[in-house]
Design a protein around this ligand. Structure first.
Ligand SMILES: C[S@@+](CC[C@H](N)C(=O)[O-])C[C@H]1O[C@@H](n2cnc3c(N)ncnc32)[C@H](O)[C@@H]1O
Ligand SMILES: Nc1nc2[nH]cc(C(=O)O)c2c(=O)[nH]1
Ligand code: SF4
Ligand SMILES: [Mg+2]
Length: 192
């Protein structure tokens, strides 16, 4: 759908320069999704992976594959080529489709309406749960029980609910310090 060199705004790699490749197509349907224009892959051109790598070259060595839901595609060829070019491969995923690709860092962001497939919990490096309402704290705890012990745990407020939910989120993390807050810093910085 698009690619751009920016600063990773969220999660463990917040603040790192990163080249984003956003793959179109998503069937998860989060009603608060901030990239709904990515959902229909037919509205976006097909880009050969060789062209993706050519465009990425010279833009640092950390690449974040996101979407849409990137695991709707077989990501073995793309990540193999990224690795050949000495790139660090990070992925942002809901985990709702089979895992493919060779990853240095997996950020799993589970969604209630289409749960992650069981296989991804053992290999996720980061769990990033979105807090839209109070029930999302319970869902996040349920997901934290499933993920491997080494995964870093983040709660990230849904952007349009930030005024209402930030005070609750702050109190929650103070009471439950195994969690850290992830803020969508790129939105405050007004960068892509
Ligand atoms: C747009 S999604 C694309 C990758 C994948 N489909 C996923 O959901 O993980 C990238 C990240 O943005 C988060 N996100 C999407 N919309 C958001 C919103 N309105 N507020 C906060 N985070 C949001 C997702 O949960 C995910 O962690
Ligand atoms: N700067 C920046 N950081 C991000 N982290 C995850 C993003 C995403 O949409 O996957 C994203 C994004 O769209 N922009
Ligand atoms: S899974 Fe990701 S891309 Fe798909 S609707 Fe949800 S937030 Fe948006
Ligand atoms: Mg985003």
């Amino acid at each position: 759908m698009e690619s751009f060199y920016t600063i990773q705004g969220e999660g463990r790699y917040t603040g790192h320069a990163a080249y984003f490749i956003r793959l179109a197509g998503c069937d998860v349907g989060c009603h608060w999704c901030d990239v709904k224009e990515s959902w229909d892959e037919n509205l976006h051109p097909v880009v050969p992976i060789e062209k993706m790598i050519e465009d990425a070259n010279g833009n640092g060595n950390l690449v974040v594959i996101t979407g849409g839901e990137p695991l709707m595609w077989n990501l073995n060829p793309l990540t193999a080529l990224l690795k050949q070019n000495n790139m660090q491969t990070n992925i942002e995923t809901s985990g709702a489709h089979p895992l493919s690709g060779h990853w240095d860092w997996i950020c799993l962001s589970p969604k209630k309406n289409k749960l992650p497939l069981p296989e991804i919990y053992a290999v996720a490096n980061e769990l990033k749960c979105i807090i839209y309402n109070k029930h999302d704290f319970e869902f996040a705890e349920e997901q934290a029980r499933k993920v491997n012990k080494n995964a870093v745990l983040y709660l990230q407020v849904e952007w349009d609910k930030r005024e209402k939910m930030n005070p609750l989120l702050i109190e929650y993390v103070k009471k439950n310090p195994k969690w850290k807050i992830s803020v969508q810093t790129h939105k405050y910085l007004d960068i892509p």
